[in-house]
Ligand binder design. Structure first.
Ligand code: ZN
Length: 224
């Protein structure tokens, strides 16, 4: 277990607070999954944001495993130091700038990192696994034929397959997609954006995926 003095780490933000990461967190870089008070996933937050939420009494309840212990100031009356425990999942009151978790028509922003993760780093044509630097964003229906840059028209493709397909549809190129592209739901998007997702956070997020989500199988493939 290692401790970091926040006064040194971040001058002036949280006077008098010290944070110790537990073995479960494997360091202070582990992010916390924040949910709303109903338990719907909202976002990933770092320990400073978690500390701020505790400080402002916005934490309604916690789930998951203990990640950090926050040592606050000494209470003048009791002479005791306050200790707060931050878990891997915290449910909070109040709002964030993310309305997506409650909207059924929410469309998360498209970027290569989450796209490649959606497709489990597999080329959707030759089904081989690649590192993200070896993958590209293929437009199933190319721009030149009226295709757009949306989740349902893009897949991860290796350079070889992307070159072979060129500016053609899969039918025209006689190539077959191994899976149907889909727009991630909000909970799926939060999962795909995760840096290091702990087992309990993953279990929690997966429980919020649609039953038909292709990610159920892909996560099993990741873990195997
Ligand atoms: Zn390929």
């Amino acid at each position: 277990m290692r401790g970091i003095d926040l006064e040194q780490a971040d001058h002036g933000l949280l006077d008098d607070l010290r944070i110790v990461a537990t073995p479960a967190a494997r360091g202070l870089s582990q992010l916390v999954l924040r949910t709303d008070v109903a338990g719907m996933p909202l976002e990933w937050i770092d320990y400073k944001e978690a500390a701020r939420l505790y400080h402002q009494e916005q934490v309604a309840y916690t789930c998951g495993s203990l990640l950090y212990e926050l040592y606050g100031g000494v209470n003048a009356r009791t002479g005791r130091r306050t200790v707060l425990e931050v878990n891997s999942i915290v449910a909070t009151v109040g709002h964030t700038g993310n309305p997506g978790n409650t909207r059924h028509d929410y469309v998360p922003p498209l970027n290569n990192q989450t796209l490649f993760r959606r497709d489990a780093y597999l080329c959707m044509y030759c089904s081989q696994r690649f590192a993200s630097r070896e993958l590209s964003r293929d437009h199933i229906r190319p721009f030149s034929q009226g295709g757009t840059d949306v989740w349902t028209n893009v897949v991860a493709a290796c350079r070889r397959c992307n070159n072979q397909k060129a500016s053609r549809t899969p039918e025209q190129a006689r190539m077959q997609l191994i899976a149907v592209p889909f727009t991630p739901t909000y909970a799926e998007y939060i999962f795909l954006k995760g840096r290091r997702v702990l087992a309990d956070q993953m279990e929690y997020l997966v429980a919020h995926f649609p039953r038909s989500s292709p990610l159920h199988d892909r996560i099993r493939a990741y873990l195997s």
